[in-house]
Design a protein around this ligand. Sequence first.
Ligand code: SER
Ligand code: ZN
Length: 511
Amino acid sequence: MKFELKAHLRCSGAVVRTRTGTPEGGVNLSDIDECVAYCNKELLKKGAPPGCGAEVVRWKVVDERITLEIVSDRFVRAHDALLRVKKEFARLLGRYRIGLRGIEIEDYKIALEWEEGAEEKEGLRIRKLPFVKEIRHRKGSLELVLDVDESSLDKKIPDRLIRLLEEKKEANRWKGKSEHWELIFESEKKEHYFDKDPTEAMIQRDWLQHAAGRGQYVYGPQITQIFRAFEKILLDELLIPLGYNEMVFPKFIAWDVWKRSGHAKGIYPEMYYVCTPKSRDPEYWEDVIDYFKVTNEVPVDMIMEKIENVGGMCYAQCPPFWVFLQGKILPDDILPVKVFDRSGTSYRYESGGLHGIERLDEFHRVELIWIGKKQEVIDHAKLLQERYRQIFSEILEIEWREAWVTPWFMAQEGRTGLAESKEVGTIDYEAVLPYSGKWLEFQNVSVNGYKYPSGFSVKLQSGAELWSGCSGVGLERWAASLLAQKGLDPDKWSEKFRSIVGELPEVFRFL
Ligand code: SER
Ligand code: ZN
């Protein structure tokens, strides 16, 4: 890595008049020489291995400006070197009652190792980066010309750019490899009573209708009663016996939540965006209103100019819960805490992947969260796994399997692979769909480590590490799994499930 920086220190007065300047007339040039020599010999080598670090290779004083050219390796990066030199100069100039007003960056180039021929390879070909005005692919290296000012240096933008590029390299290494998937459990085979697509079958019986939006359904009384039966099973078999309390989580997610949860790193192609009007004044909206009245068309382009994005719709369900605990210290004796939410929908833009109630843009889910010390959280995840197995084998009587996969929070940040700790991760539950032979993920159980407490600054009184886990139960996915294997006829369902669901209501008839 090579850094080449040309910057100016802006001073409060002329720095020097002549070579024999006096304190009244300016700074003695030999003092500057000495200061630079000290920087090069000691200050800019501090913390770097022998022979490494940064160096001021040229300097010049003109009127109120000291111009510095700094070259470095990765050990004392040139922008850090500049801040060190600035401090040293402030000390020197102070003796002459000259203050330092600020830094101007004239030119900042960074060259880093990059694969040869990367320009031809998607993923490694870098065309655009924030705070970079020019990118050049050279043989085995990548050269960036930065567009930064002093405040960008304070915000560590150059370091973050380098980290971003390292992440891109890493992501490229994973590309093509699919997400981690490792079978850990398989239920016994079950007889299947159905070989049709359950969504199609339900549409035929008017159990549901596609809604006006993409990947969205209006659920009729029968399937709604089935969803409620699933919730009852969860409550009676799992949530109540295990001591869960119900909460209501927000379904509009402000950016601050996703900055802390990590979703801001990757959610953009899949989220539903939420906007507010730039003004509440009806006059501001008059042209839109008039346009609609005369055309009967909603002028979406006009609207786009008058709104601003403030976040998105619920995507993972648990992140907004953490605002409840944000910045708090918890007494150890309230642990483990177990809560769940079933207060609304989740949204994912599935693009071309939509398929019936199996893959939707709008879906319903019960989300469980448990919080405790590390072992407590791991143990509770095991307990949940046992309970879920009981439900699937004894009540729903379905055929399913469980797999250890890339943790959901990593996948949602756009990462693949596994978490560093073996205890942290996600188990996906999948059911076979006889009509297609494919397996459908219908829920998960995850140990999320300290990620969420740390992202939302939640601490324990004792100082012990706080961990958490979550489990998302997709109601449409449970329905698709069960109905795909057993069909819509209650006779084919287990007796237990039939009695929990009760008589299915017949409300609508269409002519
Ligand atoms: N929050 C987890 C997920 O989004 C579980 O629902 O997958
Ligand atoms: Zn979750």
